[in-house]
Design a protein around this ligand. Structure first.
Ligand code: F6P
Length: 543
């Protein structure tokens, strides 16, 4: 991919000037001045409607951002991405999660697609055999519980999808163990019957401290509760390091390989989805892949003007680099997506939290945005106060599904009323006159009104993007997640950074190992005074 400093492009200079003109854009006025604004700034793709019109942009802004994308050669970058070029240059790898969800073996990455299809076939055969009771526990009973042991991309994606698709789950019960906290392991194992549980160890590297520690503890517990001989039937692994999984004691037959051209945080579509596939069945898993593929096709083939991930990525650049917004909120109006923000935190922040450009030089502009959120309406009763009346600009994505899974029209209408009301309220706010009128009609005295009015004013003009999808299904969920994956890609291209490595996390792993050595020997001297005193407090409680 080209190395282009975005701030040195003509388009960036144009945008800087344009920003001066539009930074005080008033959304209420923009709507009253242009009756076509909603239509002009809305994108659709099948069951997806993405309304950008409540953002601090004009059609002109959109065009200038597209010019930036063009000058940063986004087109060529998309081509490199889908064609398997080694765009993860610091690890010398291609980035081909898209090859996991296509059937097309005739493209440039046909060999990879063929390998992915074979791997999926093996996984699906295993999943069907377990779910049909053909592969059983050591005592001949049907497995009824799955424990997924993994962390980061080997956990967050599968948990998020499984939680999102609760309405599609079969009779299998799934648990996820991720944290290297003995208490977390304990809380899970006390809920399960080892005799009918299948443990899925997921680790691309098979070298992650948390996953190996948890797997060892669980394996030892299992040996005691059942016996050593049953381990081969009850423990399977998903890894690209087959040898390490074999050394751990997993039967070679029960190791499901991962590819080095799929990054951990983009791997839920691969064998990393094993637990999810066991929990929702292979047909639903296939639908998830097909939904993601639909978004891949849209992203690859749609002009920038109508391209959902491109437009969402460019909006992030606009807020992050011109408005200097520090963060973005993602608010799904469904409890099913309660793990989406956590999943996106890894996908977005591990990818674009970089401060060195593709030339190896420190960047002279802001990169990776902070993402956070919680489902609505709960979040309305938690942090919305700050979005409405705080000092920070927080562009927010509001996601909802027009049709509910179960028939509770009273609930669904209320949920959706809140969904629509919030973006409207964030945009419109409430001015002084409106506040005073309200207070007058509630019978307040003039003195009370003067006292209270300033606190009840909402400035409004808070930008939101509304993503309204027909219904939450495996297919639409796959499409939604792929939409965010491509948005991340677009941002990384414009920011001229490598989105697919994570050296920052690697350093933390090494440092923790060093301190572990000190803890095991009750040493504290080799550290700064603060760390020394904290270690000593820890020893005093535990010894
Ligand atoms: O957190 C860093 C990271 O490397 C992630 O990118 C990855 O998803 C996670 O650790 C787990 O790694 P593994 O699958 O190799 O255990």
């Amino acid at each position: 991919m080209k190395n282009i400093n975005p701030t040195s492009t003509d388009a960036w200079n144009v945008l800087t000037e344009h920003f001066k003109d539009v930074k005080n854009l008033n959304l209420r006025e923009a709507f009253s001045q242009n009756s076509n604004r909603a239509e002009e700034l809305t994108l659709t793709e099948g069951d997806f409607l993405v309304d950008l019109s409540k953002n601090l942009i004009t059609k002109e802004t959109q065009q200038k951002l597209i010019d930036l994308a063009k000058e940063c050669e986004l087109d060529a970058a998309i081509h490199s991405y889908f064609n398997g070029e080694k765009i993860n240059a610091t690890e010398n790898r291609a980035v081909l999660h898209t090859a996991l969800r296509t059937q097309d073996t005739s493209s440039k990455v046909g060999e990879k697609v063929t390998a992915a299809l074979a791997s999926k076939e093996k996984m699906f055969a295993f999943v069907d055999a377990v779910n049909d009771g053909k592969i059983t526990a050591a005592n001949g009973q049907k497995f009824d519980t799955i424990v997924n042991i993994g962390i980061g991309g080997s956990d967050l994606g599968p948990v998020m999808i499984y939680e999102a698709l609760q309405a599609y789950k079969n009779e299998m019960t799934l648990h996820f163990v991720s944290n290297v906290e003995g208490d977390h392991v304990e809380e899970v194992i006390k809920k399960i019957n080892p005799e009918t549980t299948l443990f899925v160890i997921v680790s691309k590297s098979f070298g992650t401290q948390e996953t190996l520690t948890n797997s060892t503890t669980i394996r030892n517990w299992f040996s005691k509760k059942v016996n050593d001989h049953a381990i081969a039937q009850h423990f399977i692994a998903v890894s690209s390091n087959v040898q390490r999984a074999v050394d751990f004691g997993i039967d070679q037959e029960n190791i499901f390989p991962m590819f080095d051209w799929v990054g951990g945080r983009f791997s839920l579509w691969s064998t990393v989805g094993m637990s999810v596939a066991l929990g929702i069945g292979t047909q639903n898993f296939q639908d998830l892949l097909e939904g993601a593929h639909e978004m891949d096709e849209h992203f690859k083939n749609t002009t920038f003007e109508k391209n959902i991930p491109v437009q969402l990525g460019l909006l992030t650049i606009w807020y992050n680099n011109f408005y200097k917004a520090q963060s973005e909120a993602v608010i799904p109006y469904t409890q099913y997506l309660h793990r989406l923000p956590a999943y996106l935190q890894q996908a977005i922040m591990e990818s674009n939290g970089k401060s060195v450009d593709r030339n190896g030089n420190p960047v002279n502009y802001e990169t990776g945005n902070i993402v956070w959120g919680e489902p609505g309406t709960n979040s309305q009763h938690a942090f919305f106060q700050l979005i409405h009346q705080g000092t920070k600009l927080i562009p927010a994505h509001f996601i909802a599904f027009a049709k509910a899974k179960y028939h509770h029209p009273d609930h669904h209408n209320k949920l959706m009323a809140n969904f629509f009301a919030q973006t409207e309220a964030l945009m419109n706010g409430k001015n002084q006159d409106e506040v005073i009128k309200d207070l007058q009609s509630s019978g307040k005295s003039e003195e009370e009104i003067n006292k209270l009015a300033p606190f009840k004013v909402f400035t409004g003009n808070k930008p939101t993007t509304t993503i309204l999808i027909d219904e939450l299904t495996p297919r639409s969920l796959g499409k939604l997640v792929a939409m965010y994956e491509h948005k991340i890609f677009v941002e990384g291209v414009i920011w001229n950074i490598y989105s697919y490595d994570q050296w920052g996390v690697e350093l933390g792993k090494i440092l923790a190992d060093r301190i572990l050595n000190d803890i095991e020997n009750s040493e504290s001297d080799a550290h700064d005074a603060s760390t020394t005193q904290l270690l000593q407090k820890f020893y005093s409680i535990n010894n």
